[in-house]
Design a protein around this ligand. Structure first.
Ligand SMILES: NC(=O)c1ccc[n+]([C@@H]2O[C@H](COP(=O)([O-])OP(=O)(O)OC[C@H]3O[C@@H](n4cnc5c(N)ncnc54)[C@H](O)[C@@H]3O)[C@@H](O)[C@H]2O)c1
Ligand SMILES: O=C(O)C[C@H](O)C(=O)O
Length: 564
């Protein structure tokens, strides 16, 4: 299929009900009289011809008639499975209102209830049983070229743990954002769920559960399966970007390390999160007129996201001129048992470089084996606090007040998703700091009013980053995705901060500006890839042209009939 975005007519052999049942092609009541004749649609549609704007108005009315977020989600997914152009047109016109329905927080409910609310299949469910027929499975997916794959095994969905096959909701949701915010045509995207079983007893005992009903396969079996999948993708679509999404901690980093030099891939929870958080931190520091390298930064949750962000913060501090040792000494990672130190047992590889030395904290006073979050607040006096634990309520009033006592205008980012897993709500943080705080969350929260002032809440979510990275990689045909390319996305985001640029407005640009921002991120990411020899050398003008050519917008094209 040609890019559905070009103005030329689209030639298709589909006709009659097959055409109406193909969501990428279906126009419903917008098929013209001429098309209805040419494609044997007479009698299959109500007589009136409608524009996409009229269809969007009706769909929005219907959307509004649902009271609960999950029912709205189910309704939108049904439109997506019926008519993708209409779905994206509707989403684009109501982006602020509908992103929380398509994506976090509602996507968390959709994953938890995946088998209960299941209507129709989308994407590829590849089960462990299919491991020796992956070429056939990928061939079944689509005849088209696939450019972006979002893959999950559903083991750590947001902060909701193992959701087994329900993780597919995340792959679908992320790809919806690739299209809505990064302009990647839905024709070229593929959500994938690798079903290796689940350790979630509730799901294993649920008669509705649609995934494999056994515990997750062992590590050797798992690694072999993922490897077979990556190799099969390489054979079928050698240029596709693979985005790893919501893998649990024991697999997230090892998979990234194993494949990042072999295929064009990235892990959104490690690298996308690091890029968006450093970009947002830079904006916060700029609006406070301080340097990130002058801050002590505390993380609650030393997992994939926390350690990924920490390493990127260190790189940024080094870029600002401090030594790596100095930068590392300013990072405090807290996990279940307290601060990670060089005497903490059982640390994972990626946590070991992020510990505090026992000598550095020798004069701290604390009562348990390792300093608690509160102890760290009192003793280190950090300027930045980041929550990526998936555990609600960890930023207590005492913790936030202790932090405020030790610094001016703390920067506090409770990033755990979905909303109900957040470490402290924006309202709590603003009350406890008496409004003297810079805050960003991972899920959307409404603005807070405090003492006559309105505080918009920035959503420091990966969705600011990955659509632009995908668009840039596709435009320049980058072979790999480097840390520098992610750093360039971060910098572009920070430069777009209304608060840092003007002293007013949100810390991050509105989601409605994401399409323009994604194009700018794409451009800068592609330039970095070229400088590193990872992509085609293109003149700026040609690169912009490729970005714009790749940017799909939801408009109907005129169809012409070709015989089958
Ligand atoms: N930008 C974003 O919005 C964004 C991006 C990525 C992840 N997240 C959120 O961050 C959370 C973690 O994601 P992850 O990929 O790092 O998961 P992970 O499982 O790799 O890490 C979570 C870590 O938190 C630790 N933890 C659990 N309870 C704790 C406690 N009481 N105190 C301190 N630490 C505790 C765990 O031991 C683990 O190391 C999730 O809720 C996810 O939704 C948000
Ligand atoms: O999915 C999101 O909203 C961000 C992040 O990938 C997460 O896992 O929370």
């Amino acid at each position: 299929m040609n890019s559905p975005n070009t103005k030329s007519p689209l030639y298709t052999a589909y006709a009659g009900s097959a055409l109406l049942e193909t969501p990428l092609l279906n126009k419903g009541s917008a098929f013209t009289a001429e098309e209805r004749l040419a494609f044997n649609l007479a009698g299959l549609l109500p007589p009136r011809y409608e524009t996409i704007e009229e269809q969007v108005s009706r769909a929005y009315l219907q959307y509004k008639s649902f009271d609960t977020a999950i029912n709205k989600h189910i309704y939108l997914r049904a439109i997506q499975d019926n008519n993708e152009t209409l779905f994206y047109s509707l989403l684009q016109q109501h982006l602020d209102e509908m992103l929380p329905i398509v994506y976090t927080p509602t996507v968390g409910d959709a994953c938890e209830q995946f088998s209960d609310i299941y209507r129709s299949a989308r994407g590829l469910f590849i089960s462990y049983q299919d491991r020796y027929q992956l070429d056939d499975v990928l061939r079944n997916a689509t005849k088209r070229k696939v450019k972006v794959i979002v893959i999950t095994d559903g083991e750590r969905v947001l902060g909701l743990g193992d959701q087994g096959i329900g993780g597919m909701g995340i792959s679908i949701g992320k790809l919806s954002l690739y299209t809505a915010c990064g302009g990647i045509s839905p024709a070229y995207t593929l959500p994938v769920m690798l079903d290796v079983g689940t350790n979630n007893e509730k799901l294993l005992n649920d008669p509705m559960y649609m995934g494999l009903r056994h515990k997750r396969v062992n590590q050797l079996e798992y690694d072999e399966f993922v490897d077979l999948f990556i190799k099969a993708v390489k054979r079928r679509w050698p240029e596709a970007i693979i985005q790893f999404e919501d893998f649990a901690q024991p697999n997230a980093m090892p998979l990234l390390q194993r494949y990042r030099e072999q295929v064009c891939c990235f892990n959104d929870d490690i690298q996308g999160t690091a890029a968006v958080t450093v970009g947002t931190l830079l904006a916060a520091c700029r609006s406070k007129q301080v340097k990130l390298s002058a801050q002590k930064v505390v993380f609650v949750g030393a997992g994939s996201a926390g350690c990924g962000i920490a390493e990127q913060v260190i790189s940024q501090m080094v870029a600002e001129g401090v030594s790596e040792a100095q930068a590392r000494s300013q990072i405090f990672m807290i996990d279940r048992f307290g601060l990670l130190t060089d005497s903490t047992p059982g640390l994972r590889d990626f946590q070991q470089a992020l510990v505090q030395s026992s000598t550095a904290i020798a004069d701290w006073s604390y009562s348990s084996e390792f300093p608690s979050l509160r102890d760290v607040m009192n003793c280190a006096k950090p300027g930045v606090l980041i929550g990526v634990s998936g555990q609600p309520g960890l930023f207590t009033e005492a913790v936030v007040k202790a932090m405020k006592k030790g610094c001016d205008t703390p920067i506090i980012f409770p990033l755990s998703n979905p909303s109900r897993q957040i470490e402290a709500t924006p309202e709590q943080v603003i009350n406890w700091t008496e409004g003297d705080v810079i805050i960003a969350t991972g899920s959307p929260f409404p603005a807070v009013s405090y003492a006559g002032k309105r505080y918009p809440i920035a959503q420091c979510n990966n969705s600011y980053i990955f659509p632009g990275i995908g668009l840039g990689v596709l435009a320049c045909k980058a072979r790999l995705i480097s840390d520098e390319m992610l750093g360039s996305a971060s910098k572009t985001l920070s430069e777009a901060s209304p608060l840092a640029n003007t002293g007013q407005g949100g810390l991050l640009p509105a989601f409605t500006e994401l399409a323009a921002l994604s194009k700018q991120i794409a451009f800068n990411v592609a330039k970095t890839a070229m400088q590193q020899g990872l992509a085609l050398e293109l003149a700026d003008e040609l690169l912009w042209q490729k970005i714009n050519d790749n940017f799909w917008t939801p408009q109907y094209r005129q169809y012409k009939r070709v015989s089958a």
